[in-house]
Design a protein around this ligand. Sequence first.
Ligand SMILES: CC(C)(COP(=O)(O)OP(=O)(O)OC[C@H]1O[C@@H](n2cnc3c(N)ncnc32)[C@H](O)[C@@H]1OP(=O)(O)O)[C@@H](O)C(=O)NCCC(=O)NCCS
Length: 177
Amino acid sequence: MSSPALEFDTPRLKIREFVVDDAEFVLRLLNEPSFIEFIGDRGVRTLQDAERYLRDGPIASYRQYGHGLMRVSLRDGDVPIGMCGLVKRETLPDPDIGFALLPAFWNQGYITEAAQAAMRHGRETLGLRRILGITTPGNARSIAVLRKLGLSFLEEKPLGDRPEPLKIFGLSVESAP
Ligand SMILES: CC(C)(COP(=O)(O)OP(=O)(O)OC[C@H]1O[C@@H](n2cnc3c(N)ncnc32)[C@H](O)[C@@H]1OP(=O)(O)O)[C@@H](O)C(=O)NCCC(=O)NCCS
């Protein structure tokens, strides 16, 4: 029997697991210039690409780890605005908190609200002892969000397929706010 789909409500947001039918929104989000600049080009150009990304990425991750990038929408009207969640990578020992919003919804604290819910689930339900965060050195908005979430700078080093060193942040359970 499969476990029920994850869903969190926050004061302003609804956060739920992606389903394949979210491909149209994901196609748009992954092709935002800010997503490509700060996260990377996932090569998702068609609806079929987006469906494959969802199946092989977030949806596979929910099954394997009990967490993954989730769809973030406004509670008011269920308007999709972005993605947020914990990601487990081969290159890092602990999951990291990932996030991206459509630019029209930046600077209203939405991603901080979504990430707090995802991190609470990671700590309280999944029993994670440490949560990481990674950014390119110039991603000031993302670094501001990670600091607001309570993460501290750990080190800078190259990771995965990106050539430049990335900043790695972390928050251990003992120091959780
Ligand atoms: C990262 C991202 C989700 C942040 O979204 P957001 O809506 O701006 O986040 P919030 O409103 O919760 O917080 C942003 C913080 O950055 C601050 N900020 C905004 N512009 C800034 C800038 N140019 N320099 C430094 N800080 C800045 C804001 O003041 C705010 O902090 P505050 O609440 O203390 O005032 C969004 O910029 C995004 O989608 N970027 C593209 C994808 C991405 O970079 N993802 C992260 C990859 S590691």
